[in-house]
Ligand binder design. Structure first.
Ligand SMILES: [Zn+2]
Ligand SMILES: [Zn+2]
Length: 136
């Protein structure tokens, strides 16, 4: 394998991921879309991209596969992402609400939140109500 090929494979992967803004993705899904990259190459490139702050991993799915999200350049950087554990939908926390939360965390915990790297996990109201039909 030449360096040129490696770089091309990585560029293709980066391009694909840039279109997965606000979506959870996994290496096996990327492998299906990138027919000329092996799963191990994809994993290696994902590790590199995580180190460079382009993507972020956050635990595993029910099959123990690592889940990632895109955090690279773009208009999502100044938002905190809320991610539904059930359906994988992303929600944005931004503007005044975000500033309020950042300020109160700083005040209560003496801690500066980096919103680009942060996400909160839970359930969207639709999934929550499906799981807890009696809850309002
Ligand atoms: Zn976003
Ligand atoms: Zn949901």
């Amino acid at each position: 394998m030449t360096t040129g090929y490696k770089t091309k494979a990585r560029a293709e992967l980066a391009e694909l991921i840039a279109h997965k803004k606000d979506k959870i993705f996994k290496a096996s899904e990327l492998a299906q879309e990138l027919s000329n990259s092996s799963l191990s190459t994809i994993y290696r490139n994902l590790q590199l991209m995580e180190k460079n702050g382009y993507i972020q991993s956050f635990g595993t799915d029910e099959n123990k596969e690592i889940c990632y999200r895109y955090i690279g350049p773009g208009d999502c950087q100044n938002k905190i992402h809320l991610i539904c554990r059930k359906c994988g939908k992303f929600f944005h926390l931004e503007g005044d609400a975000l500033q309020k939360i950042k300020k109160s965390i700083l005040k209560e915990c003496d801690f500066y939140v980096n919103q680009q790297e942060s996400c909160l996990f839970g359930y969207c109201s639709r999934c929550y109500q499906k799981e807890n039909p009696q809850a309002k």
